[in-house]
Each structure stands twice: as C-alpha cells, then as structure tokens.
Write a protein that binds this ligand. Structure first.
Ligand SMILES: *Cc1c(COP(=O)(O)O)cnc(C)c1O
Length: 215
C-alpha cells in the first residue's frame, strides 16, 4: 500500500533527505494517494503526462521533472516546476534561459551527469562539465541548484558506490569554488529504489523513488 510504503521509506531515511516520489507511470488516483500520505515532492518524466496531472493538482505538489527534456517542450514547464533534474546540455540551458526571460521567471535546475558513461543515459560527461559551468555566468533566468546522476545498471554495490562517491566529490568541489547568483549547490539528487541506501551513505540529500512506493 502506498501510504505504508512511504511510511517505511521515511522511517529508513534521515529527516534532511528529501524523498521525491516518482509518479511517472502512475495514475492520477495513485498520485493523489502520495499527496494524502504527506509527500508533496513528485517526480515526472514526460511533459505530456506531467501537464495532465498539473491541470488537476496545480501547484499543490512540488513538481520535479526528472526525464530527458526536449528543447521544444521547455516552454510548457516554465513556472510550473520546483526543480528540473535533467539539464544535460548548454543548448537546453539556452532554451530555458530564453523561455524564462520571455515569462520573467527564474527556473531552478540540476545538472545531470553521466558518470557511469552509459550510452543509454543522458547527462554531461565529467570532462565536459567545466565548459558547461563556464557558460553559466551570463544567465539570469536559470539557477543551478545542484547535481543529479543515476547509479550504474549493475548489481555490484561497489561500482554503484564508486559513482555516488564521484558525484559527491564533484558536488563539493563546485560548491566550494563557484557559489554565486547562478550556481547555488543545495541539492545532490542521487539514489533510486535499488540504490538509495548507498546514495544516502555517500551524501545524497534527495532521493527519487518510484517502484518501492508503488509495489
Ligand atoms: C524512473 C526514475 C526513477 C525512479 O526509479 P525507481 O527504480 O522506480 O525507484 C528515478 N530517477 C529517474 C531519473 C527515473 O527516470
């Protein structure tokens, strides 16, 4: 049951770790059950599905967009999200900046890194991160609030942990070196159903959990 699953997860994680309930494949009813269980951070990965739920639920939840975002869909998200977790290119940031400027709205985002270097995943490669960060100083309508990454697809916990340790190291480094108006490192979004325990041990303060809530 949704509320019991949420209660169990909440009891396992520290209070300062935000639980984002990933409602991406869930019906409106199941999504509402999450709100009734007291979780207001919801993760969606398809713009179309998100907009349908937004029509009904509006700004009551804090909406997290966690899926790959196409540039031509950015305009539908501006002003509606608490956080876009999946910003993975300068081109996408340019569009968010441009659309935000049109509407006079600043968008908070996380940079998604592809530390596991898996072809199936989007995300910025570590060697390209500095170039992306250098581009940021000119932006007025986009704020980088942290980093997101997915653990590698493996059963090997050491390999998973390695990726999370890497992400935390990069997060701390950026936090130390580049805090300002545009870059404010507040959120380290790592950990899903299968790996959130490891992620929290390695410094995550925001986990994105789907299956464990709805199974
Ligand atoms: C689907 C998804 C999740 C949730 O995954 P579960 O394994 O169901 O917990 C988290 N993050 C992203 C980016 C996702 O696409």
């Amino acid at each position: 049951m949704i509320s019991e699953n949420i209660k169990r997860i909440k009891s396992e994680i520290p209070e300062d770790v935000t639980l984002v309930a990933v409602t991406k494949y869930q019906s409106l009813e199941a999504t509402q059950a999450v709100l009734e269980a007291g979780i207001f951070d919801l993760g969606e990965s398809k713009v179309q599905d998100f907009l349908k739920k937004y029509e009904v639920l509006g700004d009551q939840p804090r909406w997290h967009f966690i899926g790959h975002l196409q540039k031509n869909k950015v305009k539908y998200l501006i002003g509606k999200t608490f956080l876009i977790h999946s910003v993975d290119s300068i081109e996408l940031m340019d569009v968010i900046e441009k659309e935000g400027k049109k509407q006079g709205i600043v968008t908070d985002v996380l940079l998604q890194l592809n530390l596991a270097r898996e072809d199936s995943k989007s995300g910025i490669l570590e060697e390209n991160l500095q170039t992306v960060l250098n581009e940021l100083s000119g932006y007025q309508f986009i704020r980088i609030k942290g980093l997101m990454a997915m653990g590698p697809l493996t059963q090997n916990n050491d390999k998973i942990r390695e990726i999370f340790v890497d992400l935390k190291r990069i997060y701390d480094k950026i936090k130390e070196e580049s805090v300002g108006e545009v870059i404010q490192m507040n959120y380290l979004s790592m950990g899903m159903t299968d790996d959130y325990t490891i992620a929290i041990e390695e410094g995550s303060n925001m986990i994105r959990v789907g299956r464990k809530i709805f199974s």
